[in-house]
Design a protein around this ligand. Structure first.
Ligand SMILES: Nc1nc2c(c(=O)[nH]1)N[C@H]1C(S)=C(S)[C@@H](COP(=O)(O)O)O[C@H]1N2
Ligand SMILES: [Mo]
Length: 217
């Protein structure tokens, strides 16, 4: 285990135990450049909102891990639970503040499957055929989770229920709705929007929307 992993684990444990520093008062620069605040919750999808009945639902977590798992819905809900409030930034320029999510911390998932040292990237696949990718250290941040609830209510189907991934520090396309499969890999594989010209790093604070030299039409 490297020092970075241990530092992350400590930070996450403080958060889980409610001992992390209280959130700083937010300043007006809470809105990333080029974004506007909305109070509704727009829906973005590929024109498909897949049926994933809970009796058939599963989440497979595999690849370069010591302990691959496939969770049923009941098994997923029985994992240690996590709640976090974060801001949500869509690349189409809307942001919504204080989104309160409940689910399983990505960190908890990683502790269970135990990524091998060669695992550097995470590939997410969804029930609608969508996919996206993130470096492992992005996923291990203490605000990343696989959410089943929003404001303590099951996530509505149009917003990615039964379960979706939330990666608050990236544009929202980096979090897969209707999550079905999480694969730990040793190299980067681009997801649905990443192969279509969107930035692979997707940092809202630097308006990192598109891959260099290619703006999607
Ligand atoms: N499976 C899946 N996940 C997805 C998408 C999608 O089309 N399919 N769209 C992404 C985009 S571009 C955004 S902005 C958010 C939108 O989430 P929302 O529809 O709940 O606002 O989901 C992301 N995750
Ligand atoms: Mo988006």
């Amino acid at each position: 285990m490297n020092d970075d992993y241990i530092a992350r684990k400590e930070r996450w444990a403080r958060k889980m135990s409610g001992q992390s520093a209280p959130p700083q008062p937010r300043s007006q620069d809470r809105l990333p450049p080029g974004q506007r605040q909305v109070t509704n919750f727009p829906v973005l999808d590929l024109g498909i909102q897949p049926e994933a009945p809970l009796s058939d639902w599963s989440l497979k977590v595999h690849g370069l891990v010591e302990n691959p798992v496939t969770w049923s819905w009941e098994e997923f809900l029985a994992l240690p639970q996590f709640e976090d409030t974060s801001d949500f930034h869509c690349v189409t320029t809307w942001s919504q503040f204080d989104m309160r999510w409940q689910g399983v911390a990505f960190f908890t998932l990683a502790e269970i499957v135990r990524p091998k040292p060669q695992a550097r990237h995470v590939f997410l696949k969804s029930y609608d055929g969508y996919s996206t990718n993130n470096p492992i250290e992005v996923c291990l941040d203490d605000d990343v989770l696989i959410a089943h609830s929003w404001n303590n209510q099951p996530i509505p189907k149009e917003h990615g229920g039964p379960a979706r991934v939330i990666v608050p520090k990236r544009y929202a396309w980096k979090g897969a709705k209707w999550i079905r499969e999480i694969t730990f890999i040793d190299r980067d594989i681009l997801g649905f929007w990443e192969v279509r010209g969107y930035s692979n790093t997707a940092d809202p604070w630097t308006e990192d929307r598109f891959a260099p030299g290619q703006k999607p039409i």
